[in-house]
Structures are given as structure tokens and as C-alpha cells.
Design a protein around this ligand. Structure first.
Ligand code: KIV
Ligand code: ZN
Length: 515
């Protein structure tokens, strides 16, 4: 069987979608998960787009060892030079440059003639190739391009040293039949044999990104570009977990394999959802809560007799582990750790201790602790800080008075560096009052309050409330997370977490300026 390479662009195409921006620590956390999952290429960002992007591409290039690391670049000298500067430290660096080839994009966006686009392709691929032998060239809006012209561009890119030719369905316009035919046409009409492989990059505007990517494979593509949970602009990109599990489930049809450790999928998906403060829709294929549930009597009967009656892939194959141990207040650190290991979490001694302490606090509030609670604790403890643990304000205590006929009041006490601060505020409900009291203490820099989301971690009235708050200041977004069986406390914790991150970033910027 041929191998299909998995090119993950969660940190570039995924991250650039609204509400999905990640800070450096979060990007590193995602990159680590991608490496453990054994994707072939991590597109770490678009190095020229901002100093922050450059730093994260560069840090990921230094950190990741088992995958190629790519940076996106437009077909300009400055973009390519910056991309190279950022990725050159990687074990296997890749420059990914692109130029649009559709009549619409060439005329209205680039204001270039087809001849100019051809000439630029030749010049810029050759320029990138001077730096590195792993060069990906993308013909943006390929699926709305003229095929004959596209073949000329592809041949030019290959002749000048491109080793991967990516044909994106930039606006999610194509269909499976058309995508397969496009790749077959390019395989037939270009001089690629032994020099370059074809890749597909699909957007999901018409809900066909996964199907189109698979059709590209049938046409001869040997790289799929995708994102964890299908993150991406507008309706998203090809979902990694779906496209990979389709190939794994139907080798009889696709005759290909990947090098992915599919048992890492569930964890990677949770990490990404946790960072962006979202939950998988219940019926999301592969990673949704209901993806492996059988509720109807007929289905349950069938599954009990033989799982394959209604199960085409197992939860275990994507890393979902059946719960066989209920933890509670009498469970010790070993039982806790062994459950974590079964769930795929291997923590440092320090992380383990802090999660265990949190677990014990939860045991006093909740009778039984299930896997979802444990995972929530671990995800909160291990992926939410991008600043020293002891920096910023901490919640000491709060008191709220609220009813449906009076104005709510909240008194909040915070500590910082051993000092206590107390403020009281009125508000439109207990959460608003608490946030206002915190603002009085912190006096945060000007920002916009972007989003507040809350969801319950598990079933039952004593469930943990998981709150995400997003604040925006300058061109950055700060995500704060809070977890508690008390939703007002979870909200306060999330708000303090976001404010701390914002204040810390501002302080660091001032220090950089002063130096
Ligand atoms: O959708 C697209 O065309 C892209 C390219 C830049 C690869 O993301
Ligand atoms: Zn894209």
C-alpha cells in the first residue's frame, strides 16, 4: 500500500480562523500532540505575518523532532526569507510558498497576468530551493483555475525544485468527482514522476472537504492537508480525524496507509477544543461524545451480539478508553496516576501533584469522579498557563448576594505577591458584579470582552462547570479558563486567568521596550 502523508495546518490555517487564536504555549502544546500522533508535517504558522507568529514557528521548529516543520510564505523574497529564518533550525524544515492561479484571484487580488504568475512561480520556487530541498508549492484557488494553465504552473514549479505540489480548494467549491479528475489530469499532464508528489488542501464550505480530500487520494494525491477537529476559516478545513479514520477503515477502497498513531486522536482533539474554549458537537464524527454511543434498542441488541453490526471502527482505535475504575475521595495518588496513564496522560511529578490536589478538592464536592472530570482537571492544569504559575492575581474568596428582584452585589478578595485586595461592586447578575469588582482591583488595560462560554463536564447536578472567557487587547486574544462545581467561582477564575495573561503580556512588552 502507498503511504499518504498527513500535513497538519491546525496552527496556521486553523489558528487564523476567528476565535481560534492560540498563544505560544498553547501552540507548543498542540505541536507536541501532533508529534506524538505522528503527523508527517506540522505547518507551524505564517512566519512573516507577525513577530509572534515568527516566534512560534521558530520555537516549534526547535522543539519538534519527529515531523517536518513548515512555514507558509507568499511568493515574495521577503516572505520566503522570513519563512526560512524561522524554520531552518528544524530537523526537517519545509518552505511552503503559494501564489493564486485562478482568473479571479490573478486579476482582482494579485493584479497580475497569467504570464507574470508563471514567471513569479519560477523565480520564487528557485529562490526557496536555494535554502532547502523540501519545497511545497501551492496554487491557491486551484479548483477554480484553468487546468491547462495550472498544469503549466505546476510544471514550472517542479522544474524549479518544488517537491510537493498542493492543489487547494481554497473556497470549498469543488466536488469529489471533480477533485479526483483534477488530480488525475495533473498526474497525467505534468512531469512530476520521481520529482514531486501531489497534495490536496480542502475547505469545507459545502461540507465536502473530507470527501474531496479522499477523492484526491483516489486520483493520486499522496499528501492530505488537514486540521484537528476541522478547525479553519469559515466552515473549516478537512478534519484530520475524519479523513485519517476513513482511510484506516476502508483500506479496501483507498489502498493507502498513514504513519499516524490513531490512538492519539482523542487526546489531540480534546487539547485543541480545550484551548479554543469549545466542545465537540455531540454528533461530530470520531471525536463527538455520541460518536460511539448506541442508544436505540435495536442497535444495542445488535452491538451486544456482535459489535460490528453497528460499529465500523472501535473507540479504542482513536484513543477512547472504556471506564473501568470509579475514583473517589478514598482513591490514592497511584490509582489516580494509573487512570491518567490509561487515558493517555503522562504527567511530570509536579503536574501530577497539582492535578491530584485539585482532584482531592473535587472529591469533597462530588461523590464520584469520572474520566471526563479527570481529563478536565488535567487539561486545565496543563494547558492554560503561558506565564509563571505564581505570577498575577489569585482568588482568595468571594461573596455574592443575588436574587431576581434586587441588583446583585459581589465582594471579591484577590491576592498578589502576598498582598490582599478587596473590592465590592454591583452588577447585572452575580457574574457581572464579580467581574466589575475584579476590574476595580486590577484596573486592567483597555480591552474588549469577546466571549464567555460555559459548559458542563459530565452528567448530574454536581457536574463541574467549565468556563472560558476571551478578552482582546491590541491584536491579541487572551483566553482564560476556570473549572469548579460552582459556576460563579468558575467564571471568576476564568476572568482572573484571562486578565492575568493580558496584564502579564503587557508587562513583558514594557520590559522588552525598556531594553
Ligand atoms: O486555502 C488555501 O488556499 C490555503 C493556501 C495558502 C495553501 O490555505
Ligand atoms: Zn486553506
Amino acid at each position: 500500500m502507498d503511504r499518504v502523508k498527513i500535513f497538519d495546518t491546525t496552527l496556521r490555517d486553523g489558528e487564523q480562523s476567528p476565535g481560534c487564536s492560540m498563544n505560544l504555549q498553547e501552540k507548543i502544546e498542540v505541536a507536541k500532540q501532533l508529534e506524538l500522533m505522528r503527523v508527517d508535517v506540522i505547518e507551524a504558522g505564517f512566519a512573516i505575518s507577525s513577530p509572534g507568529d515568527f516566534e512560534s514557528v521558530n520555537t516549534i521548529a526547535k522543539t519538534v523532532k519527529d515531523c517536518s516543520v513548515a512555514s507558509l510564505a507568499r511568493a515574495t523574497v521577503k516572505d520566503i526569507d522570513t519563512a526560512w529564518e524561522a524554520v531552518k533550525v528544524a530537523t526537517d524544515p519545509r518552505i511552503h510558498l503559494f501564489i493564486a492561479t485562478s482568473p479571479l484571484h490573478m486579476e482582482y487580488k494579485l493584479r497580475m497576468t497569467p504570464e507574470q504568475v508563471l514567471a513569479r512561480t519560477a523565480e520564487m520556487v528557485a529562490h526557496a530551493r536555494k535554502y532547502c530541498s523540501n519545497i511545497e508549492f501551492s496554487a491557491e484557488d486551484a479548483t477554480r483555475s484553468d487546468w491547462e494553465f495550472l498544469a503549466k504552473v505546476v510544471n514550472t514549479a517542479i522544474a524549479n525544485g518544488a517537491t510537493v505540489i498542493n492543489l487547494p480548494d481554497t473556497v470549498g467549491y469543488t466536488t469529489p468527482g471533480e477533485m479526483r479528475a483534477l488530480i488525475e489530469y495533473m498526474v497525467k499532464h505534468t512531469d512530476h514522476a520521481g520529482r514531486a508528489e501531489f497534495s490536496v488542501h480542502c475547505h469545507n464550505d459545502l461540507g465536502m472537504a473530507v470527501a474531496n480530500s479522499l477523492a484526491g487520494v483516489l486520483g493520486g494525491a499522496r499528501q492530505i492537508e488537514c486540521t484537528v477537529n476541522g478547525l479553519g476559516e469559515r466552515a473549516g478545513n478537512t478534519a484530520l480525524e475524519e479523513v485519517v479514520m476513513a482511510m484506516h477503515t476502508r483500506p479496501d477502497l483507498y489502498h493507502v496507509n498513514t504513519r499516524l498513531d490513531t490512538t492519539r486522536i482523542s487526546r489531540a482533539s480534546k487539547t485543541v477544543y480545550n484551548i479554543i474554549g469549545q466542545n465537540a458537537p455531540l454528533n461530530k464524527p470520531i471525536v463527538g461524545k455520541n460518536a460511539f454511543l448506541h442508544e436505540s434498542g435495536i442497535h444495542q441488541h445488535g452491538v451486544l451480539a456482535n459489535k460490528q453490526t453497528y460499529e465500523i471502527l472501535t473507540p479504542q482505535s482513536v484513543g477512547i478508553v472504556a471506564n473501568n475504575l470509579v475514583l473517589g475521595k478514598h482513591s490514592g495518588k497511584h490509582a489516580f496516576e494509573s487512570r491518567l496513564n490509561e487515558l493517555g496522560y503522562h504527567l511530570s511529578a509536579e503536574e501530577l501533584l497539582s492535578c491530584f490536589e485539585e482532584f482531592k478538592v473535587l472529591c469533597d464536592k462530588k461523590k464520584t469522579i469520572n474520566d471526563e472530570d479527570i481529563e478536565a482537571i488535567v487539561l486545565h492544569k496543563t494547558t492554560t498557563h503561558d506565564m509563571p504559575e505564581d505570577a498575577g492575581f489569585k482568588l482568595d474568596r468571594f461573596v455574592v448576594h443575588t436574587s431576581n428582584f434586587t441588583t446583585s452585589t459581589s465582594t471579591v478578595v484577590l491576592t498578589r505577591d502576598g498582598e490582599k485586595f478587596e473590592e465590592v461592586s454591583l452588577g447585572d447578575g452575580p457574574i457581572d458584579a464579580s467581574f466589575k469588582a475584579i476590574d476595580k482591583i486590577v484596573n486592567p488595560e483597555a480591552h474588549t470582552f469577546k466571549t464567555y462560554t460555559i459548559h458542563s463536564i459530565s452528567e448530574g447536578k454536581d457536574t463541574l462547570g467549565d468556563v472560558t472567557v476571551r478578552l482582546a487587547a491590541g491584536n491579541r486574544t487572551y483566553t482564560g479558563k476556570g473549572l469548579s462545581t460552582d459556576i460563579i467561582e468558575a467564571s471568576i477564575l476564568a476572568y482572573i486567568n484571562a486578565i492575568n495573561k493580558m496584564q502579564y503580556a503587557a508587562e513583558q512588552a514594557k520590559i522588552r521596550e525598556a531594553n
